[in-house]
Design a protein around this ligand. Structure first.
Ligand SMILES: *Cc1c(COP(=O)(O)O)cnc(C)c1O
Length: 423
């Protein structure tokens, strides 16, 4: 693609965009009396205009049927979570019985760690990325302590090399090899939240398995953003949230994936609850847990239908847009953003910023992280005054994520004009 830094070019790109009508399906926040340039879909995705109706519909079911809605609502509440299987298995790349929508991301991570982190005297070490998202660090640390082990001795972190920002795959593989006799678990993000780098999930999983360890991924920044094949890559488990790229609303219901080789094994250790109990006999309410032989066997509680309705509203839009189209546009759109940033750097007397996201389109999603070499915080604050919502990560990174569902090429162009002016 030959990009151009002109208004005519972006108007043409937007009018040729097969997904151009999807922007209108979302509420775009207003700053200075006009639609802002919303580049924080990696933090909280925008609200679909249909969400209110989906929620209202379940409130009506509750009003009209009361408890009977569990069985008599159009989508019966007891099986409500089943409607997520099809759209989500396309988004994360897995089989229907490998997926379940439940709880929140960190809760699901804990549940999965309870199953997959079973340290023994010989094998107890965990390999993960240095500076992982804090919640993941705390989850790992507390799990290790629950087993009466020392986090410092147990959790091996792989960091970028000196002077680099991204962790090299070869360094992850070397670390796995080095600890292969004591290793029991490898846990990474699908995408590093800080730099936007995509980890090579297939290769990391293979190396973990060769070392006799389980391998899991936190897909918070990957689900709905990049191509994923959890099953084909042979990943053991994964979890994600639904409020970032999946636009399901603040703190909304999350998801989990468990490879099929584990789901029908009733002996897999887990924290159990009644909603994970065999569906046929759940309401007999007898002793001794008998799990559903799918990922649903990890459910604890009955489903929060009102939040799930918002998740459904958003996933229906994904179904209509199709992941393949979104990925195609995403590559063009973020490619354009990188082109614009390059132009700004080239025209400045002195380099004022550096992109720390990998440039290669297979190694990133839509997010670009910009390391500000001077006045970073001032530029970030001024962007907001000029109608651009981006986010700030200490000490000096501005993250911008043009999301293919609702961002346009014109958004990226206007952002470039504003940023150039501010710098
Ligand atoms: C956003 C994010 C979280 C947030 O966890 P919640 O339990 O949803 O609050 C956790 N881990 C990663 C990697 C994230 O990006």
């Amino acid at each position: 693609m030959q990009y151009q830094n002109t208004l005519e070019f972006v108007i043409q790109m937007d009018s040729n965009d097969p997904l151009k009508n999807f922007r209108d399906k979302f509420y775009i926040p207003i700053i200075n009396k006009k639609q802002c340039i919303y580049f924080v879909g990696n933090s909280l995705g925008l609200q679909p205009k249909t969400t209110q109706d989906y929620i209202y519909n379940e409130l009506e079911n509750w009003a009209n049927y009361g408890v009977e809605a569990h069985f008599h609502a159009k989508t019966s509440w007891v099986d409500y979570h089943d409607i997520f299987i099809e759209p989500l298995s396309k988004i994360v790349g897995c089989l229907p019985h490998e997926i379940v929508v439940m709880n929140h991301l960190t809760v699901n991570l804990h549940l999965l760690l309870t199953t997959f982190y079973r340290p023994t005297k010989e094998r107890y070490k965990i390999i993960c990325e240095a500076k992982a998202f804090p919640s993941d660090q705390y989850a790992l640390e507390s799990q290790v302590k629950l087993h009466e082990l020392e986090p410092d001795d147990t959790i091996i972190e792989v960091a970028p090399r000196e002077g680099e920002y991204n962790i090299r795959t070869e360094d992850i593989l070397d670390t796995i090899d080095k600890h292969k006799n004591e290793l029991t678990l490898v846990l990474f993000d699908g995408i590093n939240y800080y730099t936007g780098k995509v980890f090579d999930m297939k290769t990391i999983t293979e190396a973990a398995h060769n070392a006799g360890a389980y391998c899991g991924f936190d897909l918070a920044h990957a689900a709905g953003n990049i191509e994923l094949h959890m099953h084909d890559w042979d990943v053991d488990f994964a979890c994600w949230c639904s409020y970032k790229y999946l636009n399901s609303g603040p703190g909304n219901i999350a998801g989990a994936y468990i490879h099929e080789r584990f789901v029908s094994d009733a002996s897999m250790p887990r924290m159990a609850g009644w909603w994970g109990y065999d569906k046929e006999s759940r309401f007999k309410m007898t002793k001794n847990f008998k799990p559903i032989p799918t990922a649903e066997g990890w459910q604890l509680s009955n489903s929060p239908i009102i939040s799930m309705a918002a998740h459904k509203a958003s996933l229906d839009i994904f179904e209509e847009a199709e992941m393949g189209n979104l990925l195609k546009k995403s590559k063009l759109l973020t490619g354009y953003l990188l082109f614009i940033l390059d132009k700004i750097n080239a025209s400045a007397a002195k380099k004022t910023m550096e992109v720390i996201t990998p440039i290669n389109e297979d190694d990133r999603g839509c997010q670009v992280s910009i390391l500000m070499l001077q006045n970073g915080k001032e530029v970030f604050n001024a962007l907001k005054k000029h109608g651009v919502l981006s986010d700030w990560r200490e000490p000096d990174v501005i993250r911008v994520a043009p999301v293919p569902l609702y961002n346009s090429f014109e958004d990226v162009y206007q952002f470039g004009q504003i940023l150039k002016h501010l710098i």
